[in-house]
Design a binder for this molecule. Structure first.
Ligand code: NAD
Length: 515
């Protein structure tokens, strides 16, 4: 019987996390500038999806912990060092965080991989790129300018300014824990807010590790806090906390809807980055080699566990059979292996419940009448006997009305749908409750522009798929969410506009008449 490979931990100068006698790391939370003790606390197992072993335990936080963290964040927002920093000083602090993220990128990639099993080839790049969130928003911190308004009222000077909101709750999923948290932390801090983070209960270790960087960078206590535990317990308590002014949430539509309802009751601001069922549309005039790569990157990168997964592949009738044949050939060549091996191409499913969900959707597709063309079952991978690997799975003869075409799986399952022409492609692409992203493959500039105008999604990729940048706004139409992350728009989500009126007259005119 083969034994599981265990990736070697890279060197780090960050303080070590305590471990139990078996070497399982024990993660506390980070509240008001202190790592909380784990003795006597309820703990939740964190399972390595490659080995099936418990490699860490995280603290199961409570509503009292949330209260302490939110109060600490509120104190840090209203008194002490943080509100005295000017935007340029906040920017400098963010750039220090960016430097430390860069220096510790290999360590963070290692922890993130133990947590969610992503390919090291992707994680190494992602963790290095993550420093850019702190550099970009560090640079932007002192560049958000208000305006002097040329008002139509006499005797006044009117100007606007952008102000922070206060305490921001950031709630994140398990598929890209650190980048999705950094996408929130960096603009929230640049704007002058304080934050309480709640990572997924499946992948919390990496965010607690990031707090060591926050501490080393000199972030004042209480400005950034991490609460770990279950969504229904600490997540819910955080959303309801009276000091929380904004909720920045990335996750599934069900939790997103619940959060939105709660937030509405207290007029809390929300950014919701939810799921998708994105169309990746291949026209007959596309560059076929690139379109094939784009189709594969769209759904099988990260084993389909990305919100932007191009899980509905729309292929024009005239090229359908030839395209599908080549796609299946290419997918069959994909290399399974331990995600720590830089040559591996297929990573495991990150959590046991998600693995079961992916399996169940094969049944859903078959029951709905889709035809299985490839995969459809768990995969045995040498060196990883307990790994949660699943074969890249392709269904053909899918109709857009089937459940497999309408519901987000968040796994390596591709549904291929035929279309006749542009109108038909638009109809199918938009006949869905989601609107996160779309890919369009064509060599006609006119068709590319027309299609990008007609497909209802927050991000449109023409002749590429999955490109994102901290500099460009990202978010969903329809059920895929509310608000935008990244870019200048992403920072303004963490600010309120204030309008200030100054009288330039020496005498206030008749007080009974509005001017
Ligand atoms: P999830 O909704 O189950 O959980 C996300 C987070 O919400 C977790 O931290 C969880 O503990 C917390 N949570 C759950 N219930 C809660 C509640 N009632 N109150 C407060 N917090 C609660 O999602 P997941 O399974 O971790 O992640 C997968 C989902 O995330 C997919 O739907 C995917 O599309 C989505 N996602 C979206 C984006 C995006 O940018 N649009 C990016 C990545 C993932």
């Amino acid at each position: 019987m083969s034994t599981t490979l265990t990736p070697k931990a890279p060197e780090t100068t960050l303080p070590q996390t305590p471990a139990d006698a078996e070497g399982v790391r024990l993660y506390g939370m980070y509240i008001d500038g202190e790592f909380t003790a784990t003795d006597g606390r309820d703990m939740i197992d964190t399972v390595d999806p490659v080995s099936g072993e418990v490699w860490a335990r995280i603290t199961r936080g409570t509503a009292e912990d949330v209260d302490r963290a939110a109060n600490a964040a509120h104190r840090a927002f209203t008194e002490g060092e943080w509100p005295k920093l000017n935007p340029s000083q906040r920017g400098a602090l963010l750039r220090r965080i960016g430097d430390l993220v860069s220096e510790n990128a290999d360590w963070l990639a290692y922890i993130e991989q133990r947590d969610n099993g992503k390919l090291i080839a992707e994680l190494s790049m992602q963790m290095r790129y993550m420093a850019n969130y702190y550099y970009y928003y560090g640079g932007l911190a002192d560049k958000i300018e208000g305006s002097v308004i040329p008002t139509d009222k006499p005797g006044v000077l009117n100007y606007t300014k952008y102000e922070p909101l206060g305490v921001v709750a950031c709630i994140t999923p398990w598929n890209s824990p650190l980048p999705l948290a950094s996408m929130k932390i960096a603009p929230a801090l640049a704007a002058g807010n304080t934050v309480v983070l709640k990572p997924s209960e499946f992948t919390s270790a990496s965010l607690v590790e990031l707090m060591k960087i926050m501490e080393r960078a000199g972030v004042p206590k209480g400005v950034v806090n991490v609460i770990t535990g279950l969504g229904a317990e600490v997540g819910d308590a955080l959303v309801s906390h009276r000091h929380v002014e904004r909720i920045a949430f990335t996750g599934g539509p069900i939790a997103g809807q619940m959060i939105n309802e709660k937030a509405a009751k207290h007029m809390k601001r929300v950014t919701l980055e939810l799921g998708g069922k994105s169309p990746n549309i291949i026209f007959e005039d596309a560059d076929m080699d690139n379109a094939l790569k784009g189709a594969i990157a769209g759904i099988f990168a990260a084993s389909g566990q990305t919100c932007v997964a191009g899980s509905r592949l729309l292929v024009q009738e005239s090229i359908h059979d030839a395209f599908v044949e080549r796609l299946l050939e290419m997918v069959k060549q994909a290399k399974f292996g331990h995600p720590a091996d830089p040559d591996s191409q297929i990573a495991p499913i990150s959590t046991r419940p998600q693995f079961e969900k992916v399996k169940s959707y094969v049944e859903v597709a078959l029951a709905g009448g889709a035809k299985l063309a490839l995969g459809g079952k768990p995969a045995n991978v040498e060196g990883c006997p307990n790994g949660l690997f699943f074969e890249p799975t392709v269904f053909v003869d899918v109709d857009n009305s089937m459940r497999i075409a309408q519901e987000e799986v968040f796994g390596p399952i591709l549904s291929i749908i035929r279309f006749k022409d542009e109108d038909d492609a638009v109809r199918i692409a938009n006949d869905i409750e989601f609107g996160l992203a779309a890919g369009i493959w064509t060599q006609s500039i006119g068709r590319a522009i027309n299609m990008s105008n007609r497909v209802r999604a927050g991000t449109i990729w023409i002749n590429n798929y999955r490109s994102t940048s901290v500099t460009s706004p990202f978010g969903g139409f329809k059920m895929s969410g509310i608000g935008r992350e990244c870019g200048i728009a992403g920072m303004k989500e963490y600010m309120e506009v204030k309008s200030v009126w100054i009288s330039t007259e020496t005498n206030i005119p008749n007080p009974f008449v509005r001017r």
